[in-house]
Design a protein around this ligand. Structure first.
Ligand SMILES: [Fe+2]
Length: 406
């Protein structure tokens, strides 16, 4: 098939290169500091508000369709709604195009959000650099992105995996910088969930969602981040009258879930280059007959491996985890879905949540039926490799203790 892939592993970041062997990456020795870290202060320069009246901030992009010809551009204006228009043009084109978006706000306890804009740009050319501009009518800001090549089996592509659970400490900043400086340049980030850790603050201080958006803009405005919801996105706080789970996350981070027939932004799929990526939801119902279950039941047989030979699942809570922290939390999902991952030969399952790194061999544990005693994972070449990349630098620190096995 002429396609190879290589992973560059490190505790806090990883590059997955789906490319010819000649383009392979190198293993990095970077390991984050294992001290408990504090969040960067609100006046830190990485959180700087861009100058100018009503200047767009927290700009970020993600894939906007199933094939890679669409981009969702999101940003926040602080003073008034302003325009939800995105002006965009191909690098070598003299004609400019306009796409109209929407604007949202939300309240969370005593916090009122800025004006959150989402605009989907469609029908872009593959493998093309585009410039885009937001803030029409007031302070405008310009960014750029490169669309992926047309989907196909022999298309090289480099995914970046900044470890999940990123947060906003100095270690988080080092992780992002390390990713940016990696000589094997990632083209799209697969983000495994737990973004801002705003819920670590009294009343889930949503200003920390804003600082996180400004912190990550320097990368997320220029390459798509493929979002996965983690437990720190739930923001369920009935004690302060916040009963709607995922309220800040769903207002701020839009994903193209409808394009894959999903009915929820928490589970969806995209194709990108030679890869089919399925995002699953650890914190939405996933038992038999639930919407997520029924969607995945139809989704997996639909993956055409001659078109996209690489099949990757991204989910927040790992299905296999040897660390004491969060031990067995992914077991219910494993019991339900592992047999499908084996049947459909998923290549890799990436997860976060556990603040550590771990990579399995290809194993499965699907033969057990309560009475046959076959409850130990076995080597299985049809099974995925399970990779935990769960520490991007958040304030909770690294996990090093393994679970005790008897
Ligand atoms: Fe988590």
């Amino acid at each position: 098939m002429g396609v190879k892939w290589v992973c560059v592993f490190l505790v806090a970041g990883l590059i997955l290169s789906i490319a010819d062997l000649g383009n392979c990456g190198r293993t990095s020795s970077y390991v984050r500091n294992d001290d408990l870290a504090h969040d960067m202060s609100l006046d830190s320069d990485v959180f700087r508000v861009p100058p100018g009246y009503n200047a767009p901030q927290q700009v970020h992009i993600t894939q906007g369709d199933h094939e890679g010809r669409g981009v969702i551009v999101s940003w926040v204006t602080p003073d008034k709604p302003g325009s939800s228009t995105v002006l965009y043009w191909a690098e070598n084109s003299s004609s400019k195009n306009i796409a109209e978006g929407i604007v949202l706000t939300y309240k969370y306890f005593n916090y009122t959000s800025g004006f959150i804009h989402h605009c989907t740009i469609s029908d872009l050319e593959f493998d093309t650099k585009y410039y885009y501009e937001v803030g029409t009518g007031n302070t405008t800001r310009q960014f750029w992105f490169v669309t992926p090549p047309k989907v196909g089996p022999d298309v090289p592509y480099v995914f970046g995996l900044i470890a999940g659970d990123l947060g906003q400490t100095r270690d988080s900043n080092r992780t992002l910088t390390h990713y940016e400086l990696n000589p094997t340049k990632g083209q799209t980030v697969l983000f495994v969930g737990d973004l801002s850790y705003a819920d670590a603050y009294p009343f889930h201080d949503n200003r920390r969602w804003d600082t996180w958006g400004r912190f990550t803009e320097r990368n997320a405005a220029y390459q798509p981040w493929i979002w996965t919801a983690g437990n720190h996105e739930i923001d369920f706080a009935p004690q302060i009258g916040e009963f709607r789970p995922f309220k800040p996350y769903t207002h701020r981070y839009h994903v193209p879930y409808r394009a894959s027939g999903s009915t929820s932004p928490f589970w969806y799929s995209i194709k990108r280059a030679s890869t089919y990526i399925i995002v699953m939801a650890s914190y939405s119902a996933f038992g038999k007959y639930t919407p997520q279950y029924k969607w995945l039941e139809k989704e997996l047989p639909r993956v055409n491996r001659t078109e996209t030979p690489w099949l990757i699942v991204v989910v927040h809570c790992p299905l296999y985890n040897s660390y004491a922290h969060h031990y067995m939390e992914g077991e219910t999902m494993r019991v339900i879905y592992e047999k499908w991952f084996v049947e459909f030969k998923v290549d890799v399952v990436f997860a976060g949540h556990v603040h550590a790194y771990e990579r399995s061999e290809r194993v499965s544990n699907i033969a057990y039926n309560v009475v046959n005693g076959l409850c130990t994972p076995i080597s299985d070449q049809s099974a995925p490799v399970y990779i935990t990349i769960g520490d991007g630098g958040n304030l909770e620190g690294l996990v090093t203790e393994y679970a005790l096995f008897c």
